[in-house]
Design a protein around this ligand. Structure first.
Ligand code: AMP
Length: 434
């Protein structure tokens, strides 16, 4: 392929993911599915499009997310729709709408999918990104936190993470937030003149959102000010202590983070976050918390709930995870007239099963050119996800066809053997994973 200047480019903040990277994503998602199903969680798929109102009601009108970052537009009938910026609101809507919210409890659900936020793109921050999340509905006690965080850590360690720790806090109830908000307003009033316009608006409308601010002025004013913990009711305080006790028992490493409030309005009591070193400024790989008031606020029954959302883009950037290596058989016709036989033999090899990828040289370029490509693939085996010891070229030329034979060349050693087609299974046995 020569030089081309593309006429179209991907929309700013979005990206394309090709193999082998896309294979790594798919494989990590399969690990997730397997870990989560081990805890009884089933996958829920909700639409990317939701009514704008849903997010204003749940995430909160005055959050940055709703205020500044949503992809909102009117459809052809003038209805205001939004590309989901997060998945919890959609899951809760779906659970209420389907009647599941009034059915047997608890409900254990997980999801994976794209989310959309109009943020300034930078490393680790995209306008279209993927989240993997889980929601547990119908459990008000601290055992919910224990299960959700244990499952989360089981997944993170299956991806090869070591040494991660949860930052944990409690933001109490709506009353806690009310009193904390009042306290913040008076404590920060004298500093407000040094804040930007946006943060002054937050101080007026929703002072808790100041915890999300990146402005050092705001952060230092907050550091000296009141914290959620100072306003916790007795029951929330006890809940928090019980959560900590269960996490210690489960061996989940955590640190108390009194300044952690999280950017969405629906959280109650427990909030948490996990950051990973080496990701730069966008280092949070996941966040979550309890949202005991949300189901009811969206028109469902009073149902306690808790969940988390992992940023899959950042997760995979930070994860040591590598998918299992695959074998490769390249079926090479000697000339275009050997193609029908090559296609048939490729299909027979596929039927042997195992984790072999079987590719036919469909252009029938001849052994010499095709072996050039085979050796190139071999030299990049690791990068492409192939097990170098299980890479083969299967040569199908005029001579082989006449004798109902194939020639198999092991790319790692260059060893080559010709045998009858009926022996393929036996001879390529080495291509199958034990
Ligand atoms: P949130 O839904 O804001 O609690 O975010 C949960 C996780 O999603 C974060 O910890 C990030 O890992 C990820 N995330 C949020 N926004 C973005 C973004 N714009 N690009 C990539 N990942 C993101």
């Amino acid at each position: 392929v020569g030089e081309v200047s593309p006429r179209y480019s991907a929309v700013k903040g979005t990206r394309d993911i090709f193999p082998p990277e896309s294979e790594r994503w798919g494989s990590a998602e399969a690990v997730c599915r397997s870990v989560f199903s081990g805890y009884g969680y089933g996958e829920v798929r909700t639409p990317v499009l939701e009514s704008t109102e849903l997010f204003a009601r749940s995430v909160g009108e005055t959050t940055d997310l709703v205020h500044k970052e949503m992809y909102t537009f009117a459809d052809r009938k003038g209805r205001s729709l939004t590309l989901r910026p997060e998945n919890t609101a959609g899951v809760v809507r779906a659970v209420i709408e389907s009647g599941a919210a009034t059915g047997p409890m608890p409900l254990r659900l997980w999801y994976v999918g794209t989310q959309y936020r109009f943020e300034r793109p930078q490393a680790g921050r995209y306008r279209e990104f993927r989240q993997i999340g889980a929601e547990l509905l119908g459990v008000g006690g601290p055992a919910a936190e224990a299960e959700i965080l244990t499952m989360l850590f089981a997944f993170l360690s299956a991806l090869g993470f070591v040494g991660l720790s949860v930052s944990l806090n409690s933001v109490g109830t709506a009353a806690t937030r009310e009193r904390l908000g009042e306290a913040l307003r008076s404590a920060l009033a004298s500093s407000a003149s040094r804040f930007g316009e946006d943060d002054r608006r937050k101080l007026e409308q929703n002072p808790l959102r100041l915890f999300d601010s990146k402005d050092p002025e705001v952060q230092s004013a907050l550091a000296a000010g009141p914290r959620p913990m100072d306003f916790l009711d007795e029951a929330s305080r006890r809940h928090h202590q019980e959560v900590c006790g269960l996490l210690r028992q489960a061996g989940i490493p955590f640190t108390e983070a009194p300044g952690l409030v999280r950017g969405l309005d629906y959280y109650t009591r427990t909030v948490f976050e996990v950051v990973s070193q080496g990701l730069g400024s966008q280092d949070a790989i996941l966040g979550g918390g309890r949202y005991d008031g949300l189901v009811e606020a969206l028109g469902g029954p009073a149902l306690p709930a808790i969940g988390f959302a992992i940023g899959e883009d950042r997760l995979l950037q930070a994860a040591p995870y590598r998918p299992p290596l695959r074998g490769l058989a390249l079926v090479l016709p000697g000339a275009p007239e050997d193609l029908p036989a090559a296609l048939r033999i490729a299909e027979e090899i596929r039927k042997l099963g195992g984790d072999l990828s079987v590719e036919t040289d469909l252009n029938g370029r001849g052994f010499k050119k095709a072996m050039g490509r085979a050796n190139d693939l071999f030299s990049r085996a690791g990068e492409l996800g192939f097990d170098a010891g299980r890479m083969f070229a299967v040569l199908v030329g005029e001579r082989e066809r006449a004798q109902k034979q194939v020639t198999v060349k092991r790319l790692s050693t260059g060893e080559q053997e010709t045998f009858s087609e009926s022996q393929l299974a036996e001879r390529l046995g080495a291509g199958r994973q034990a």
